[in-house]
Design a protein. Structure first.
Length: 134
């Protein structure tokens, strides 16, 4: 007997609530919402199944590209921006490189390589101590 059913995005809704508590200025931002007329439980359940069955998970590179909270993601993006060898030769959104691509690296591989390097060096101790990462 609810007025609204959140068929997908419950975790997003909770994250938005938390974000607004931490940064009220975000209340001025906009998001898109799709409403469907409720014609019964069976249709609602089918919509839920369809949404989850056909959901497309973003690539690892895309996740790294858009994650501005993770220090290692920031470091990987900065490496691509600052290192000439990486700047024009890195695929930023896809996790694989097509046969016809002129790219030599993926953001995901730079992220993974950086993670491996940091785990094997003393830099890791400072990064872990300062950020709680790795």
């Amino acid at each position: 007997d609810s007025r609204f059913i959140i068929n997908d995005g419950q975790h997003r809704r909770a994250a938005i609530e938390q974000a607004l508590l931490e940064c009220p200025d975000m209340g001025d931002e906009t998001i898109s919402i799709v409403f469907f007329i409720d014609v019964g439980l069976k249709r609602t359940q089918q919509m839920f199944a369809d949404l989850n069955k056909h959901a497309i998970r973003p690539t690892r590179s895309l996740g790294i590209l858009y994650d501005h909270r993770d220090p290692l993601s920031n470091l990987a993006r900065n490496l691509v921006d600052e290192v000439d060898t990486f700047r024009n030769l890195t695929e930023m959104e896809k996790t694989t490189i097509s046969n016809r691509s002129t790219k030599l690296f993926t953001l995901s591989s730079i992220f993974q390589g950086t993670l491996s390097f940091l785990r094997k060096t003393k830099i890791n101790k400072n990064l872990t101590k300062n950020t709680g990462m790795i």
